[in-house]
Write a protein that binds this ligand. Structure first.
Ligand code: CA2
Length: 146
């Protein structure tokens, strides 16, 4: 059976492609998720995509990934900068974690420069737009030996 990669998107990412295209581009979350499923399949893996505006829901999916998934690709949105709960959940996950940010958080406000999730992530991709998810899946697939 092909290895499963969980693709987790945090708060407000359901608005992708619908507002602030100068920062986040025109690609919708639906487009991103379709591209993730296709990329994973191309690499002989499977992607399952989730988005929530609630921190606890994201933590629950990370716990679920402990049983089901070989790797996690996560854009934690603003929770990157605030959430020790996501960091702790991800620390309890044994496989590789790749963190994605569509925008270059280091060129933005100083409160976006620090990510708790980066303390756990095997790799971080920032500033490459929606293509960052593709690259993250590629990295995750390599790390799980797919
Ligand atoms: O650059 C990223 O991917 C972020 O994770 C996006 C988060 C932001 O809080 C992080 O600092 C960086 C925000 C997601 C909001 O997405 C929107 C998309 C379209 C319109 C409005 C918000």
């Amino acid at each position: 059976m092909s290895k499963l990669i969980y693709i987790l998107n945090g708060p407000n990412l359901n608005l992708l492609g619908k507002r602030e295209p100068e920062i986040y581009g025109n690609t919708t979350l639906e487009d991103v998720e379709k591209a993730c499923v296709a990329k994973a399949a191309e690499l002989g893996c499977q992607a399952q995509c989730f988005q929530s505006n609630f921190e606890g829901q994201l933590v629950d999916w990370i716990h679920e990934a402990r049983e089901n998934a070989a790797a996690i690709v996560i854009n934690p949105g603003a929770y990157s900068h605030t959430s020790i709960a996501l960091l702790d959940g991800l620390t309890a996950f044994e496989g590789p974690v790749i963190e994605v940010h569509i925008s270059n958080i280091h060129q933005r406000e100083s409160f976006r420069h620090h990510s708790y999730v980066s303390l756990r992530a095997n790799g971080v991709i920032v500033g490459l737009g929606a293509q960052g998810y593709d690259l993250a899946i590629q990295a995750a697939a390599e790390l799980i030996g797919a």
